[in-house]
Design a binder for this molecule. Structure first.
Ligand code: ADP
Length: 768
């Protein structure tokens, strides 16, 4: 018995890198390009939907982001003409609608209509800002973060996408050319409660007048180097020391630009451009943080989102805004920043194409940084594309809301360096695999393997400078990024030939192995089976040390069994055996790992043993390929072959439905139990034994995960650093059994729609 939401992952082909940041929408239905545009006083921001040509990313469409100076609206129109023209080649649309917001939507309405031959529908600016913001806050993981210069960890990301109840009320301070402050008390209920004419346009204007910088980015760059105390009058300049009675440090700005008037006109040229830039930047930001705080205070709001292109991921701006809010509110109000800060209005306008926001409830959105660009040289964060996947949900057996997938916190610079170096050093191995994949697919142009290498290495360089540029850095995020880069470059399952070969040999060995196991005395079976799982788990091309052995043909199942030792610290098989003998389990889920010997000689015999104890077994495998992990498709084919010669497996799978295969919804060697396929989550609701296998799933992630039912973690230390950190030795096998904490009502299940329902909804609501 099997369950699957169908991704169309055929027809892989090579695509070009583009310079735009993107978000993606699901595959399987061809949609016309749709555009949302927000034309402000300074910038025209464009968000448009396009079909994603990368079939292995399991997505079908994409939201793209770009912007133009409003002064150059003609360039923006030319750009839009191009994308519409290209779309017209494949889709004949008699009436194309352009959703537009911002002042320019009115001012340039006629021009857009005539030049682009579209119906321009103008949308309310404030409403669009809030629609865009709510979408990002609810749907995009790690979209929102707080910033503080003084702490060891400057960017702290909101760990989870927050629920409606926690969100309202909030205010949005949108800093564009001018500033709007909007209060939102519930979905769709908003009010512009204030604003300021001193905004981004003011800074841009004054700096254009007072510095030689040609672009806004050059101005930000200048401000980074400047010392505002050379221009501003500080408390210390007036008092000669702190004014501690009222909490003012001597370095606090008493008067922005207050030192300028003291100089004679002929001396004023001595003020440096960078100092002036910094002073003015503080002037605007400090003023806004004060206004924002007062507004939040007045309206009893604890969350303040800052949006608009003025912020641009610039640390000085973010620090001065959040410092002010923290200082005045004594830490009770949060200043929150957004990755897609400048695109709220355009995104909101885009979403108005779809009217019915309900459809978003049916989709999953995942950020993809493959083509992410740093917003500018001073920005500490980057904006990624967001792939749309079928909706994912919480695994129902997680113990609490505090669940966090990553075992290691990579906030320590040494650990960051170690992992980035490790991925960098071993990149060539993946490139070799990618090259041989091209070869086996008779693709002679090898440019894409070079592009893959270049792009991933470029990302690693960015992460060396700004480890949290793409969200919190973790081994999981580095692995996901690598897979995304591969798929983005058009590569499919680059381990497919290795997997085929390993599957073939393992399946040849299996009948004999099963015979031997069946012949064992009952009390010896479990221990041998667990040994086999651990030996099988050595066949892991994703672990560098093992990769070398496998490549040289130095590892076989027997030598792996000798190599793997039992961990002294994490091996309590007897406790598991006792529970098993008490017939405590009725249904188990096994999150499986590698293809070949791992699944065939390790997991299948183990699952067969559980079945023989009258335990239903779900095998949960990745939806998408990554390294040599067994995918759902691989697993179905393996099980079908096993059914041809093994009666217990055949009966359980084909006749009684006691052996089931589900896909996880993931394409990563790690396992984030906050995001599993809805089908799997539903099937696991009555599971009483969770088994997680492999280094990525049970060590890099989930090592500390607690469940409401009993759990078993099976893995081998195949990385020296992981072994050292967790107190093990290289090639120690762990068999970590933990009793469940049966606290009724704490586990979090967010069951939602099946993929078919999602596609139906997508089909319906994305048509024009
Ligand atoms: P608006 O909708 O009023 O144009 P935005 O949110 O687009 O507002 O923000 C515009 C402001 O962002 C500018 O006034 C300037 O301060 C800042 N800005 C950021 N990036 C740029 C850029 N590349 N060119 C000009 N201004 C920029």
């Amino acid at each position: 018995m099997s369950s699957r939401f169908t991704f169309n992952a055929t027809d892989a082909h090579i695509i070009e890198l583009s310079k735009y940041r993107q978000i993606a929408f699901p595959k399987n239905y061809r949609k016309p390009v749709q555009i949302g545009i927000d034309i402000g006083g300074s910038l025209a921001k464009v968000v448009w939907y396009s079909q994603n040509t990368n079939s292995y990313a399991a997505t079908g469409g994409r939201l793209n982001f770009t912007k133009f100076e409003t002064e150059n609206i003609d360039k923006c129109i030319e750009f839009l003409k191009e994308i519409i023209k290209k779309d017209n080649e494949t889709i004949n649309l008699p009436h194309r609608v352009l959703k537009a917001t911002g002042g320019g939507a009115h001012k340039f309405n006629k021009l857009l209509n005539e030049e682009l031959n579209v119906i321009v529908e103008t949308e309310d600016e404030m409403e669009c800002l809030i629609t865009g913001l709510n979408f990002l806050v609810h749907k995009i993981p790690y979209e929102v973060f707080t910033y503080s210069e003084s702490e060891a960890e400057p960017m702290v990301f909101e760990e989870k996408v927050i629920d409606e109840e926690e969100l309202y009320p909030y205010i949005l301070v949108n800093i564009g050319s001018g500033v709007s402050i909007i209060k939102v008390t519930e979905d769709g209920k908003l009010e512009r409660i204030g604003g300021s004419s001193l905004g981004g346009g003011t800074l841009w204007g004054l700096l254009s007048l007072l510095t030689s910088a040609q672009t806004f980015d050059e101005m930000l760059e200048l401000s980074k180097k400047g010392k505002n105390e050379n221009v501003d009058m500080l408390v210390g300049d007036i008092y000669g020391e702190d004014y501690s009675k009222i909490g003012l440090k001597s370095s606090t700005i008493a008067s922005s630009c207050g030192k300028i008037f003291k100089k004679k006109p002929e001396e004023r040229k001595e003020f440096k451009e960078e100092d002036i830039s910094r002073s003015l930047l503080y002037m605007i930001s400090n003023n806004l943080s004060q206004i924002a705080y007062l507004m939040a205070q007045l309206h009893q709001v604890k969350r303040i989102y800052f949006g608009g292109c003025f912020i641009r991921g610039h640390p000085v701006i973010m620090n001065s805004l959040s410092f002010g809010i923290r200082f005045w509110s004594k830490g009770t109000i949060k200043a929150l920043f957004l990755r897609h800060e400048g695109y709220l209005g355009a995104l909101g306008a885009f979403l108005k194409h779809h009217g019915n926001i309900q459809e978003q409830e049916l989709l999953g959105f995942s950020e993809n940084f493959t083509k992410a660009e740093r917003i500018n040289t001073t920005a500490i964060n980057a904006v990624g594309l967001i792939d749309i996947v079928p909706k994912l949900t919480y695994f129902p057996l997680i113990l609490s809301d505090e669940y966090h997938p990553d075992t290691f916190d990579l906030s320590d610079p040494e650990l960051q360096k170690y992992w980035i170096d490790t991925f960098d050093k071993n990149l060539h191995k993946m490139v070799d695999m990618a090259l041989s994949w091209l070869h086996t697919h008779f693709l002679t142009n090898t440019d894409n393997s070079k592009s893959f290498e270049d792009i991933y290495r470029k990302h690693l360089q960015v992460l060396r400078r700004e480890p949290n540029a793409y969200g919190p850095l973790s081994v999981r995020s580095l692995l996901i990024l690598r897979e995304q880069c591969l798929h983005e470059m058009g590569f499919g399952d680059i381990f497919e030939h290795v997997k085929q070969e390993e599957k073939r040999t393992a399946l040849e060995t299996l009948p004999n192995l099963l015979k031997k196991i069946d012949a064992l005395p009952e009390n010896e079976k479990l221990s041998v089976l667990i040994d086999n799982v651990l030996a099988g788990n050595m066949f892991d091309w994703g672990a560098n040390e093992v990769h070398n052995m496998l490549q040289k043909g130095e590892l076989n199942f027997d030598s792996a069994k000798i190599k793997v030792k039992k961990s002294e610290k994490y091996f309590n098989l007897n406790e598991f055996r006792e529970s098993l003998e008490l017939n405590q389990y009725h249904k188990a889920v096994i999150f499986v790992d590698n293809s070949g010997a791992d699944i065939v000689l390790g997991i299948i015999p183990f699952a067969r043993y559980l079945l023989s104890h009258n335990i239903d077994v779900i095998l949960a495998a990745n939806s998408l390929p990554c390294v040599n992990d067994v995918t759902y498709n691989d697993l179905i084919s393996i099980i079908e072959q096993v059914t041809s010669f093994d009666k217990p497996i055949n009966d359980a799978y084909n006749i009684y439905g006691k052996l089931m295969v589900y896909e996880t919804g993931s394409g990563s060697p790690c396992l984030d139990l906050r995001n599993v396929s809805c089908d799997l989550a539903e099937a696991c609701e009555n599971v009483d034994l969770v088994i997680i296998e492999g280094m990525g799933r049970a060590m890099h992630t989930n090592f500390h995960a607690k469940f409401i039912c009993d759990s078993l973690k099976l893995a081998v230390f195949k990385n020296a650093s992981v072994a050292k950190t967790l107190g093990g030795n290289m090639y120690d096998g762990i068999c970590l059994f933990e009793k469940g904490e049966k606290i009724i009502g704490i586990a979090k299940s967010k069951r939602s729609n099946t993929f078919n329902e999602i596609l139906e909804a997508g089909r319906f609501s994305f048509s024009c």
